[in-house]
Design a protein. Structure first.
Length: 138
């Protein structure tokens, strides 16, 4: 269960990437898969900011790769990431299962909590960037 000093939004986390940070191209992501991304936002390779990018066709969702139960990435390496394309992503630390569509935990220790969504912008040529923060929204 999250504590009162646990961040509620991605931009409250240490070394959160800035709005406009380039994440790559939609075409670089395997369709129907979850892809782990480690961004150097000031912590170097030892302390990256972890993201999950979920692609379904032209649509890409982003979540902080951080389990709300333990605050650790859902997997240490891409090959360890457990997902059912279009359905769910599973934390391989304690096997909580999160819905692909919105990141809400539907089974495990953190039922009802969820992964932190990160808003994305997709340019006409498929470039992915972190979208501007809209007040009142995550």
């Amino acid at each position: 269960m999250a504590t009162s000093n646990t961040p509620s939004h991605w931009f409250e986390l240490t070394r959160a990437p800035a709005t406009g940070t380039i994440l790559g191209s939609v075409s670089d992501l395997p369709d129907g898969q979850a892809t782990m991304l480690a961004l150097d936002t000031g912590g170097g390779v030892a302390q990256p900011f972890h993201l999950l990018l979920l692609r379904e066709g032209a649509q890409v969702r982003a979540f902080v790769n951080r389990c709300p139960h333990f605050g650790v990435p859902l997997a240490a390496r891409q090959t360890q990431l457990i997902s059912k394309p279009g359905t769910s992503i599973t934390c391989n630390v304690h096997y909580a299962r999160f819905r692909w569509s919105d990141g809400v935990c539907e089974s495990g220790e953190c039922v009802g909590e969820g992964l932190m969504p990160v808003p994305l912008d997709v340019s006409a040529d498929g470039q992915l960037t972190i979208a501007a923060i809209k007040m009142g929204h995550t």
